[in-house]
Design a protein around this ligand. Structure first.
Ligand SMILES: Nc1nc2c(ncn2[C@@H]2O[C@H](COP(=O)(O)OP(=O)(O)OP(=O)(O)O)[C@@H](O)[C@H]2O)c(=O)[nH]1
Ligand SMILES: [Mg+2]
Length: 306
């Protein structure tokens, strides 16, 4: 049996469901998901292997207008994710677009389409969140609008939430495979180290718990991550992490009244970590202020975001 592989980048505006789509394909959570834009900050690989075929997905941050150095790094990660791939999947969402009367597509999507053309990349258009669509016939209108801008290989409406239509995408992606040895081991699912995923899970809980600009200015500094046996011989993973935020007022919000918010975030993250490793976890969280860290390249580097 000859091995076949394809590299696929997943691009799109923030919050359209790129990470949800990758997780859905893999049948496992690899990238964190939240209802806040700019959840994903770096490119994350997800590996799907079935028999002779290996599809390597690259989930990228949502492409957006940059406001600080971190944003610029995130947009650069989108460009990096488009290099040397066999095909791009441009994810858009069914709902918001339909509320617009004019023919204009969001500027970030037009920018991405321009980049596809510049790089002469083949692309599939995925219209996500069809579970939220009330009038299915409106899809046609949307497909026409996007096809006016770019010659997509195909258009696939789907729902990363229900999984509806995702198999069709996998089938289409098979067309872009080339005969080549698998790049990853067949049981690999991601290139993301466990330690990074743990930090991401903590950030996910903060994104889901906090409002407005607070979660966007957060980074996680994982200071301790060890697995050991307790005196009774039971395995345990011990984690100590510092939540970095930008202002004293944010620190107060993260901790909450009587430490309640931090406690809630900690127990939500601990539950996920225990499920992920299948053993007990001990999680200690601190909060520290680093003013304007999103514009300080040294700190951005320390937190692994460049
Ligand atoms: N109803 C519905 N919601 C979805 C679907 N796919 C994703 N979502 C939701 O959309 C929100 C954003 O999902 P993400 O997967 O984090 O989106 P993203 O494109 O990776 O976002 P960024 O990383 O910020 O660029 C989350 O609240 C998801 O639960 C879908 O098919 N249907
Ligand atoms: Mg994402």
């Amino acid at each position: 049996m000859k091995e076949k592989s394809a590299f696929i980048t997943i691009i799109g505006r923030p919050n359209v469901g790129k990470s949800s789509l990758m997780n859905c394909v893999l049948g496992q959570k690899v990238a964190i998901v939240s209802n806040k834009p700019q959840t994903t900050r770096t490119k994350i690989m997800g590996v799907y292997t079935k028999e002779e075929t290996q599809l390597v997905f690259i989930d990228t941050p949502g492409f957006h207008k940059p406001r600080n150095q971190l944003d610029r790094n995130m947009n650069k990660a989108v460009g990096d994710g488009m290099a040397d791939v066999d095909v791009a999947v441009l994810v858009v969402e069914a709902v918001t677009r339909f509320k617009m009367d004019d023919n204009a597509l969001p500027p970030a999507e037009l920018e991405l389409i321009k980049e596809l053309k510049r790089r002469k990349l083949k692309a599939i258009l995925v219209i996500n969140k069809i579970d939220l669509l009330e009038k299915k016939e409106e899809l046609l209108n949307m497909i026409i609008r996007y096809n006016e801008q770019f010659e997509f290989e195909t258009v696939i409406p789907l729902s990363a939430r229900t999984g509806d239509g995702v198999n069709l995408l996998l089938k289409e992606l098979n067309r872009f495979t080339k005969v080549a040895p698998h790049y990853f081991d067949d049981d690999d699912v991601t290139d993301q180290p466990d330690k990074v995923f743990v930090a991401e899970l903590i950030r996910e809980k903060l994104l889901r718990t906090l409002e407005r600009e607070v979660p966007h200015g957060i980074a996680i500094d994982l200071e301790r991550f060890v697995e050991r046996d307790t005196n009774s011989g039971e395995p345990i993973v011990e984690i100590e992490a510092t939540i970095i935020c930008e202002k004293d007022s944010h620190k107060g919000i993260i901790i909450g009244k009587g430490g309640e918010t931090l406690k809630k975030v900690g127990s939500m993250a601990r539950r996920d970590i225990e499920e992920f490793f299948g053993i007990k976890a001990n999680l200690k969280l601190w909060v520290k202020v680093k003013e304007d860290w999103r514009n300080r390249q040294g700190l951005i580097h320390t937190y692994g975001l460049d």
